[in-house]
Design a protein around this ligand. Structure first.
Ligand code: SAM
Length: 290
């Protein structure tokens, strides 16, 4: 008997993969955590039935969320990650010797426990001496933090459930307050393709544009996320991601990020740039309402 997993990535749109074995499943206080073994994607980690990380393409997400800001301000020393439970963002950040401190605030300790056991390809650096884990709500953490960070990475779930507040104006203002004078915020910014994701993209980006002097988005392709066309927000108090690009030749290897991709990632399709500039849904294909 064949076992398949399906995620509804948009109204009437599903993404499915064949499962070799379900190796973990647990309902935590916050969400349902599942991990599967598959032929094509390797290990796949989902939360509440939504794909978070796959062994085959997680490097794309984690390299792009980490190395872009660090190639704009190579003097970044103190980083705060909100979310990031699988550890992939930490793994990429620890490749940078200039980073002295990484605080990771993950609301659900059960995610880290599962990642340490079953997702060693992403969680392998969570025990780096520079890393400190906090198991609490990132919203509260930034509101109460007395620490000042050079970089905040919001490596969150979608704006539903515990992740919803990580897309609010209040949260972004609190992040702004604990960023240094040349601080940078990078956030998971959804996607321009399906209407529900495009709405969140426009909402998040228009909020950041009202708070930060520089607020852009950059793209990467991630085949296992809805439509494969996904974006990160780049909000900055001082540095522009293109003008201040440092073109650093790293002493470590990457499989997706490179100096050309850094520049190209900010060259957006016309309909996406228009949505960002006008802070509204502009693509007439959305009249299909999906
Ligand atoms: N890095 C993964 C990837 O490759 O796409 C996905 C992101 S990570 C799994 C998202 C994490 O955000 C989850 O572990 C979830 O528990 C966490 N999270 C959601 N809401 C949160 C909140 N309010 N504070 C802290 N962590 C939160």
């Amino acid at each position: 008997m064949e076992l398949w997993f399906s995620e509804e990535q948009a109204t009437n749109i599903r993404f499915s993969f064949k499962v070799k074995e379900q190796i973990y499943s647990k309902q935590s206080d916050f969400q349902k955590i599942d991990i599967f073994d598959t032929d094509v994607l390797g290990r796949v980690f989902t939360l509440d039935g939504v794909i978070m990380t796959t062994e085959k393409d997680e490097f794309i997400y984690h390299e792009m969320i980490s190395h872009v800001p660090l190639n704009v301000n190579p003097n970044i020393e103190k980083v705060l990650i909100i979310g990031g439970g699988d550890g992939g963002t930490v793994r990429e950040l620890t490749k940078h010797k200039n980073i002295k401190k990484i605080d990771m605030v993950e609301i659900d300790e059960e995610v880290v426990i599962a990642a340490k056991k079953y997702l060693t390809f992403t969680s392998e650096k969570l025990d780096d001496p520079r890393v400190k884990l906090y198991f609490q709500d990132g919203i509260q953490f930034v509101k109460e933090s007395k620490e000042i960070y050079d970089l905040i990475i919001v490596d969150s779930t979608d704006p539903i459930g515990p992740g919803e507040g990580l897309f609010s104006t209040e949260f972004y203002n609190d992040c702004y307050s604990i960023l240094s004078d040349d601080g940078i915020l990078v956030n998971q910014s959804e996607s321009p393709y399906y209407l529900k994701d495009a709405r969140e993209l426009v909402r998040a980006t228009s909020k950041l544009k009202n708070i930060f002097p520089i607020a852009k988005v950059y793209q990467y392709h991630l085949p296992t996320y809805g439509s494969g066309h996904w974006l990160f927000g780049f909000a900055s108090k001082k540095y522009d991601p293109i003008r201040d690009f440092k073109n650093i030749k790293y002493d470590f290897t990457t499989k997706y990020y490179n100096l050309d991709i850094h520049l190209a990632a900010f060259a957006l399709p016309t309909y996406v740039q228009k949505m960002i500039d006008e802070s509204k849904i502009v693509w007439d294909n959305y009249k299909l309402n999906i």
